[in-house]
Write a protein that binds this ligand. Sequence first.
Ligand code: PMP
Ligand code: GLU
Length: 391
Amino acid sequence: MISIRGQNVAPSATLAITAKAKAMKAEGIDVIGFGAGEPDFDTPEHIKEAAMAAIQEGFTKYTPTAGIPELRDAVAEKFAQDNGVRYTHSQILISCGAKHSIYNLMQVLCDPGDEVIIPAPYWVSYPEMAKLAGGQPVVINTTAEDNFCVTPEALERAITPRTKAFILSSPSNPTGTLYSLDQLKPLAEILVAHQVYIIADEIYDKLVYDGIRYESITRLGEAVQEWTILVNGVSKTYAMTGWRIGYAAGPEEIIKAATNLQSHSTSGATSISQKAALAALTGPQECVEEMRQQFELRRDYIAGRFDDLAIASYVKPQGAFYIFPDVSACYHQKGRNITNSFDLATYLLEKAEVAVVPGAPFGEDRAIRLSFATSLEQIEEGLNRIQEALE
Ligand code: PMP
Ligand code: GLU
């Protein structure tokens, strides 16, 4: 008999749609995939070469659980530059993807019944990871009018004596919106005053548009830094989703507990991938800007197309590579059996051979998520098909 935990865990909707679209493609069906939250670019050559050199040199054994010292140095340097915080080795943990970093953090922060505040729309894995750790997700709904950002009033109302952590996803998956430092300041003051840990998921920090420079919550000063655990990784910035390297940095006792936990689960991240991640962080950074520019072009195009679609309203994403339009105007229409985001996603897949992710697993059933981490040609064709199927 499967445990209650095993019975209750929901599959990842994002990975499920991505797998379905890939399987359809393998069968020869001309499906356009807006599902995958992964850059379509190849991993830059110098990063691959570092991995090949690692293999050639026999760098194929267990590494320290928390990660090789050179990579922790590189991560420390990144956080010093980008976040204005100087972490020591004992405050940094390398894991098998940022997803694994957040999973570890949930496991070592939550006692049964501890509350984790998660603003909606949220990335599908946050509530599941909190629940798997015995925690209780507490969802704060945000609105398009507020740019999908939490207001100080809503945050204050959600905090209880059981609140352990707050998850900050900026730039956000799935909405692509981000918080300014001015918006973060009152939120951070409330969280610090109530001694709530801030898990700052900054995996899209380098994918920001409109000339905006991303500013981390850690820029608000030492008191905030003491309550913040930064999460980042190489998956999105360097087109390295399959290499599975993410990292976290924060208070030493939390990182130590997470390292102990990791020593019994994965033993650490792959030695070869760690060398590749080291090359990514310390090597030339032009590739990051080139990919960012491509994403911005695609964002402009997709937003322009949605401007022309009468049946959808959206907030223009300023970061990440997702758009999260409200498509509820398409529900309950005569002749089509569409009453929710799952129905709509199924309809688009079957009728238009376009894969999108339903909004419900992100906590917003009126929306669907489209990833624009795919070529302009594919985006154009996919949107033509969506327009034809829905209008
Ligand atoms: N956080 C967010 C918001 C994401 O969209 C993703 C995408 N996979 C991750 C974390 C984890 O990425 P990875 O495990 O590939 O580092
Ligand atoms: N984060 C990406 C997404 O949201 C990749 C899939 C996943 O890890 O959930 O699509």
